[in-house]
Each structure stands twice: as C-alpha cells, then as structure tokens.
Ligand binder design. Sequence first.
Ligand code: ADP
Ligand code: MG
Length: 143
Amino acid sequence: MPTLTTHSPAETEMLGERWGREAQYGWIIGLSGDLGAGKTQLVKGLARGLGSVARVHSPTFTLVNEYSGGRLRLFHLDLYRLETREQIVAAGLEEYLQPDGVTVIEWAERMANDEWRMANLRRVKFEIIGETERRITYEDTDA
Ligand code: ADP
Ligand code: MG
C-alpha cells in the first residue's frame, strides 16, 4: 500500500490537488482518521485539482456539500454524526456512492465495508504522527 508522510497542511493539500487532477468520473475517495488529521485539508486540494474555486468546509450540518465549476462535480460527505447503515440510508447518502462526478467521504470508517458495494474506491487512512506530520496510506479497490 502506498504510504507517504506530509509535513505541513499545504503538503497535504498538494496531494489532494494531484488526486483531483487525476480523478475520473465515478471515483469515491474514503478518508478515515482522527479529528484534526487533515481530511478536510486534503479535500481542499481535491476541489482545487478538479478546477473548482468553491470554498471547502466540512459539511457537518448538511451532510453533503457540492462543489461545482470544475472538470467534474465533487460531492463532499461527512459521516461523523452517523453510525449505522440505516442512518446513512435514511440521510439519503446512498446515491453519492454512484456519483455523478466524484465523491469524497470524511469518516468513511463509519461505513462497514461488507455492507456497501463501492466500485472505484480509494481508501485513505490518516495518522497524526507529530504536530505537523501526517502519515497517509491509501489503497485502490476496483469492484
Ligand atoms: P480533519 O478534517 O481530519 O478533522 P482538518 O483538515 O480539518 O482535519 O484539520 C487538520 C489540522 O491539522 C489543521 O488545523 C491543519 O492546519 C493541521 N495540520 C498540521 N499539519 C498538517 C498536515 N501535515 N496535513 C494536514 N493538516 C495539518
Ligand atoms: Mg474534517
């Protein structure tokens, strides 16, 4: 599994920007890791790499933010407040798992892997290893 360490918020954002430039229609990027690990920072880069100038912030109350204006639409989900499959379905989030664009999900670990069928998933794990160091491990799964 590819692993890298970033040493600043800007570096994490740059990684997201690179992924945004590479992103293809239908991609899902699942982010897991503690509060403050850098998930939202990466999403800022993703939006920029896709060419959107939208202001990125965690969709804590709305559950989904949509950023347009780029090469592909970006749907930004945050599952922090959701725990069960039922809650995720009830919140209407299932449609974003076959996105008309690209979906990025914070707190993706809230989704049990065997309960969801996701194609084109990049699973990303963030670990805080220092004040400004973050270890980022990722893996692509094609189903
Ligand atoms: P999350 O969405 O995972 O809760 P955020 O991206 O909102 O995390 O916040 C990450 C915080 O950590 C920000 O305050 C950011 O400035 C700080 N930070 C320090 N070093 C890094 C790094 N290498 N990558 C990302 N964020 C970092
Ligand atoms: Mg966040």
